[in-house]
Design a protein around this ligand. Structure first.
Ligand code: PLP
Length: 378
């Protein structure tokens, strides 16, 4: 995998050397169960708590408010199922955006089938979300408002602080949840500045390893656990902690937290560079807003079907994604929400960069894209 050009960082990232070393250390030197009372257990617990502190510091919250999970899918399930179970008896309405990741959308649909009312707020015809639309969707019977910070398909940055502030002003009892998977370590993500009571994070999107996530739950917010058992993570999430994955998560946060602004500027410059190159190619349409996260760029490639172009690029050792990687090729409803339909949607590609992406890689991508448009028929 060393020579390939990897532009699918919204799907997953390459673990950084620090994360790999931390995971290896946890597997070889500190393999105890963090719940064990002996020394080996305590050593493992120290690793888990070190990672917890790193994540808490990054979010500007207390260490005791961070809980480890198996990934953001579980964190999102915990937020929706846990809050609706805790507060939903008398307040059975949930409000989400219409462009959420499947782990929110599918969970909301499952709750809907159980009798909860779910309101989905769409962007307006200008492709933007407005706080008042969320306020209007909420009512006294709403227990939870859940919206993502950065959309995983096109990088759109939802106005989360403005939405949460406006909603809390009118409905202070509504619990606010933010899926920050595509924002964490890329944009500044603070619990206070977002106004979020619950935040979901994932390890493998920030150069950690797969199978670990975290959830911040503000003190005083009740969440009914979805995993019951040995009462780990202060009973919020039973199950033995994956110490190697947690160690890697913590190492990645420690590595990347100090350089969020510098890396954002670097990736913004790369985005401008790439757009400058590919805008000149006939038939290319840019589906991401100018002020979207520079890490995720969605384009449509002259009506050439996404899957065909994706495999053409793969033949040149360039890896991108069509739509959302989590949907396993299934058509996502998100492009239509932003007014991208028909051939333009069928030919949508997602290019997602990391701060390690180089201009040379983008040159190769732009050249292969141009060739693909010329060579792929239909
Ligand atoms: N939320 C968003 C916005 C995502 O992009 C993803 C993964 O693509 C997830 C949640 C799920 O994360 P995980 O793979 O850790 O379950």
């Amino acid at each position: 995998m060393n020579n390939l050009i990897y532009l699918d960082n919204a799907a997953t990232t390459k673990p950084c050397a620090e994360a790999v070393a931390a995971a290896a250390d946890a597997m070889t030197e500190h393999f105890g169960n963090p719940s064990s009372l002996h020394r080996a257990g305590l050593d493992a617990q120290l690793i888990v708590d070190g990672a917890r502190r790193a994540i808490a510091d990054a979010l500007g919250v207390d260490r005791e408010t961070i809980y480890f999970t198996s990934g953001a899918t579980e964190s999102n399930n915990l937020a929706l199922r846990g809050i609706s179970a805790a507060y939903g008896k008398r307040r059975g309405r949930i409000v989400i955006s219409a462009v959420e990741h499947a782990s929110i959308e599918e969970t909301a649909s499952a709750l809907e089938e159980k009798g909860f009312e779910v309101a989905r707020v769409s962007p307006r015809s200008d492709g933007r979300f407005y706080p008042e639309d969320f306020v209007n969707a909420c009512d006294d019977k709403t227990c939870l408002l859940s919206i993502m910070r950065v959309n995983n398909e096109n990088g759109y940055i939802l106005p989360v602080p403005e939405v949460f502030k406006a909603v809390k002003k009118k409905f202070p009892d509504i619990i606010t949840h933010c899926d920050c998977v595509q924002a964490f370590m890329k944009l500044k993500v603070g619990a206070k500045s977002l106004g979020a009571d619950i935040i979901s994070l994932s390890g493998h999107k920030i150069h950690g390893v797969k199978g670990v996530g975290a959830v911040y739950i503000k003190k005083g917010v009740r969440v009914v656990p979805i995993m019951t058992g040995g009462k780990q993570e202060k009973t919020v999430r039973s199950g033995t902690e994956s110490v190697p994955a947690i160690a890697a998560f913590g190492a990645a946060v420690k590595k990347y937290a100090p350089t969020i602004s510098e890396r954002y500027d670097r990736v913004s410059a790369l985005k401008s560079y790439l757009l400058g190159k590919i805008s000149a190619i006939e038939g290319i349409e840019i589906n991401s807003a100018d002020d979207a996260s520079p890490y995720v760029i969605n384009i449509s490639a002259a009506g050439k079907r996404s899957e065909i172009m994706l495999h053409y690029l793969e033949g040149r050792e360039i890896y991108v994604s069509s739509g959302s990687a989590c949907s396993k090729g299934a058509q996502s409803g998100v492009p239509a929400q932003f007014g991208i339909t028909g051939k333009r949607a069928d030919s949508a590609l997602r290019i997602s960069m990391s701060s390690d992406t180089t201009e040379e890689e983008l040159d190769s991508f732009a050249e292969a894209l141009r060739d693909g448009i010329n060579e792929i028929r239909g």
